[in-house]
Design a protein around this ligand. Structure first.
Ligand code: ACM
Length: 550
């Protein structure tokens, strides 16, 4: 994310969002949550998000009456989702093989041997006597429980402790389209702590999203404690986008473990990103000896790679997931000091084909190649933003496409044998305004209008004309929320909700089929529910107006 080059007129109506305000002002500057808090808002079957692939209402059957006496029964393989469902509803468990007493009712988990290509398929049968959840894998069983939780009031445990709730008899058969259904949170520009991150994870889980990418470092801050290099967090963690003198803010190893396990219980994998070689100003403040005097690593120093290797080793120990993201975006060699550093010039000379003047693009490519090697050495799959395609690397890594003005990057990456995550900025960047004149990032030339819910759901992500093998390597989609402007939790929520639900719909549905208008209608109870929970959700223009006026 580069800084504003030009402000469009609608942005001037709301200069810089809330980024320039003090915390007290920022707290005031958001719409207060609806005071009608906590009226129960179950989601009707017809408004589930993401919309299940197949849903049959069994009109001839009586509804299932859910009360605090209903038992939850599962075999060991589904004990995770069964336990968390029982806990969130306050229901007792029934041992796996135990018979059900006459007249008793249960929610029963059963394992199937078949699954769809992408894991997460499930079947949810709501009958008069029993709710049956069938899946091949625990993630599918978990998604069935999330469907069930959407159908119940948001405070279901309390509702059940006071009474009962009727669920219409129905048969749902469901499976995700993409294996990668992600949200990216930038905790570097403004720090967002464990509690906030877990709040986002809760909503991701309810909408069946499964990748949380944390952008942990940038020019404004380094947000992760690294034992071998403590100044990364104690010095690099100081300051943020709106307050360069803010005290150090970062996640301890304990914080990360807590986030990772909270996410894993919800079938969400956390993907850490350390952005390199550019966007590294915070690390440069802490350990200038590995940098160019500005915000970019010195790629010609062997010590630089030893430093990075150690950091990656700690990252791999903290994040048990399969991936490490090394950034690689927006190096802008002309803004580095590389050309004034004799050792980098010598490196460029070595790398440039004979007969050509030395070019720094070969240095950038070599740096990317070394990052890939190091990350693979730590037994993780490397990911980088799509600028990395220029390095001509081959399979064994993932490219995250974001530059909407370079649609060809997707095909280039696929032709290089790489897998791809789709995050085109004009559809997926949640730092952009959701509506005209609303708060949001003013940069990157988002000429296609605001990133509205309608614009997100109108998107068919799969590029046309791909062969089957190439389609297989399109892993899915991810919506980044960059936080130069986003400091308060209320602002964070305003940018995430309800658009997170639209992202989930696109990631899950088989292809673009929902009419944007119909989707907006389906969102209405979700928005009401979020508001009832006290979240600062954008319900429409009126909310934005209120947001702006405060
Ligand atoms: C990016 O927005 N620079 C990935």
């Amino acid at each position: 994310m580069f800084r504003a080059l030009a402000f469009s007129s609608w942005v001037l109506a709301f200069p810089l969002g809330l980024g320039a305000l003090t915390p007290a002002e920022a707290a005031q500057a958001v719409a207060t949550p609806a005071k009608a808090a906590m009226q129960p808002v179950p989601i009707p079957l017809s408004a589930l998000v993401p919309q299940p692939q197949s849903l049959t209402l069994q009109v001839e059957q009586a509804p299932f009456v859910l009360s605090a006496q209903v038992l939850v029964q599962s075999s060991e393989v589904f004990s995770g989702p069964a336990r968390s469902l029982a806990q969130s509803l306050g229901l007792p468990r029934l041992p796996a093989g135990a018979a059900l007493a006459t007249g008793a009712r249960r929610i029963r988990f059963e394992q199937l041997s078949q699954d769809s290509k992408v894991s997460g398929a499930y079947r949810l049968k709501i009958g008069s006597d029993e709710i049956l959840i069938q899946a091949a894998e625990a993630s599918g069983a978990f998604y069935a429980t999330q469907t069930l939780l959407q159908l119940l009031p948001q405070e279901a445990k309390r509702t059940l402790s006071e009474g009962r709730f009727e669920l219409p008899a129905a048969d749902i058969s469901d499976a995700p389209r993409f294996e990668w259904r992600g949200i990216m949170l930038d905790v570097a520009r403004h720090f967002h702590d464990v509690k906030r991150v877990k709040g986002v994870i809760d909503q991701m889980a309810l909408y069946k999203l499964n990748r949380l990418h944390l952008h942990l470092s940038d020019d404004q801050g380094w947000r992760l404690a690294i034992k071998a290099y403590p100044k990364l967090s104690t010095v690099g963690g100081r300051g943020d986008h709106s307050r360069p003198d803010a005290p150090a803010q970062f996640c301890s190893a304990e914080d990360i473990r807590s986030i990772v396990s909270y996410a894993a219980e919800r079938y969400i994998e956390v993907v850490p990103e350390i952005d390199m070689p550019g966007h590294s100003g915070a690390a440069a403040r802490a350990y200038p000896e590995y940098f160019d005097g500005l915000v970019t690593f010195n790629p010609a120093k062997p010590e630089t790679y030893r430093f990075i290797d150690t950091v990656l080793g700690e990252l791999a120990a903290l994040f048990p997931g399969r991936y490490i993201h090394f950034g690689g975006d927006e190096v802008w060699v002309e803004k580095t000091r590389w050309a004034q550093m004799p050792e980098v010039v010598a490196m460029a000379q070595d790398l440039t084909p004979a007969g050509q003047a030395p070019q720094m693009k070969y240095v950038e490519a070599e740096f990317a190649r070394r990052m890939v090697q190091l990350i693979q050495k730590h037994q993780r799959v490397p990911i980088a933003w799509d600028e990395v395609i220029a390095a001509g690397l081959r399979e064994g890594m993932v490219v995250q496409w974001w530059r909407m003005e370079h649609p060809e990057a997707v095909l280039t990456a696929l032709n290089q044998g790489q897998s791809v995550i789709l995050s085109p900025s004009d559809r997926m960047y949640l730092d952009y305004a959701a509506g005209l004149g609303e708060p949001g990032a003013p940069w990157e030339g988002n000429t296609g209008g605001p990133v509205s819910v309608e614009k997100i759901v109108a998107w068919e992500p799969m590029p046309q004309g791909l062969g089957e093998a190439q389609r297989q390597r399109v892993l899915g989609i991810e919506a980044p929320l960059w936080t130069e402007n986003v400091r308060s939790e209320a602002y964070l929520q305003f940018m995430l909700y309800p658009r997170l639900a639209a992202v989930a719909e696109v990631a899950w549905r088989q292809q673009a089929r929902s009419e944007p208008k119909a989707f907006v209608k389906r969102l209405a109870p979700h928005i009401a529910r979020w508001k009832a929970q006290g979240l600062n959700v954008r319900g429409g223009l009126a909310d934005a107006h209120q947001y702006r006026l405060h």
